[in-house]
Design a protein around this ligand. Structure first.
Ligand SMILES: Nc1ncnc2c1ncn2[C@@H]1O[C@H](COP(=O)(O)OP(=O)(O)OP(=O)(O)O)[C@@H](O)[C@H]1O
Ligand SMILES: [Mg+2]
Length: 286
């Protein structure tokens, strides 16, 4: 196995100041040769903050974050992390920088909750001793308020409890970049708000880039520093602060649903009030 110095990765993953820059440079991706899913994606993530990826079902949000974390390799164009083409990096190199929390974790069903979260500690090189790792696991459990689930098996949990454990496993890694695919999908409204606020706070206090996929436009509007809105067929439509991206015109065009956008008097964030889906002349959803 080649050492990092031989692979021109001396010092990886550190930039001098600990910053990370992920660049998508004209990326195309398809699962099959005859169908392109991601079309000419160019995107730079360099500022710490909470980024919410929004867009219709099947537009390519999960595929995009999988290209970011080297689960998929681009068909053409490239993804770079601090200037290094991801294709030249090992999965292990990428996981030193990027933590990825999938929609549903399916690799840990027979493990206990504590063991499941402990897996995340393997990526956190600051945690040396078993004692430090256990402390970090319990801190993450406390943060997600799942201390009472520690000895339960993962497959004995409800969907929302799964999700809290998966988020705790991501948090315990303390990666520079944390990517979560619909982390709030199965959570009740209280935890949807709690988790999104927590992710924003984590981004701010730890100078992390946190990327989450979400279908909740109002929670994204309230907490994201930046919204990445995707449109059919697998393109970036707009990137920017919630008030600039989550406009009536943009939402109606991208989601094909009537809506009004008002402003929250307290936070200034946009609030989306949904109307009816826009249908074709035959009345069908198109
Ligand atoms: N493993 C796969 N093999 C083949 N096609 C796939 C695979 N995974 C996803 N696709 C296809 O790629 C497209 C984008 O899927 P993706 O999961 O990225 O969408 P998404 O925006 O995350 O949607 P959702 O909001 O429903 O989660 C869809 O047409 C989907 O059918
Ligand atoms: Mg998805």
């Amino acid at each position: 196995m080649l050492a990092k110095s031989e692979r021109n990765l001396e010092g990886w993953p550190s930039e001098e100041d600990g910053s990370v820059e992920i660049v998508f440079d004209h990326v195309f991706f398809g699962y099959d040769d005859d169908k392109t899913i991601l079309h000419d994606i160019s995107l730079t993530l360099s500022e710490p903050g909470l980024y919410c990826i929004v867009g219709p079902n099947g537009v390519g949000k999960s595929t995009l974050v999988k290209c970011m974390s080297k689960i998929h390799e681009t068909t053409s164009g490239k993804v770079t992390i601090n200037g290094h083409d991801v294709r030249g990096l090992r999965h292990k190199d990428v996981s030193e920088v990027i933590g990825y929390v999938p929609v549903t974790a399916d690799d840990v069903f027979s493990m206990s909750v504590i063991e499941t979260i402990m897996v995340g500690c393997q990526e956190n090189h600051k945690l040396k001793s078993r004692r430090e790792k256990m402390r970090a696991v319990y801190d993450a459990m406390e943060l997600m308020q799942i201390e009472d689930l520690g000895n339960k098996r993962f497959n004995e949990l409800s969907a929302g409890q799964h999700q809290k454990v998966a988020i705790a496993r991501g948090i315990v890694q303390r990666p520079r970049v944390l990517i979560l695919d619909e982390p709030t999908a199965n959570l009740d409204v209280r935890y949807q708000v709690y988790v999104t606020e927590l992710l924003r706070a984590l981004a701010e206090t730890e100078d992390m880039i946190v990327v989450m996929i979400s279908h909740d436009l109002n929670i994204s509007a309230k907490y994201a520093h930046s919204i990445i809105m995707m449109e059919e067929p697998g393109k970036i439509f707009k990137v920017g602060p919630p008030a600039e991206v989550l406009t009536k015109e943009n939402i109606e065009k991208v989601y094909r649903i009537q809506c009004d956008v008002i402003r929250d008097e307290r936070s200034g964030a946009p609030i989306v009030v949904l109307g009816w889906p826009i249908t074709g002349s035959d009345g069908r959803m198109d």
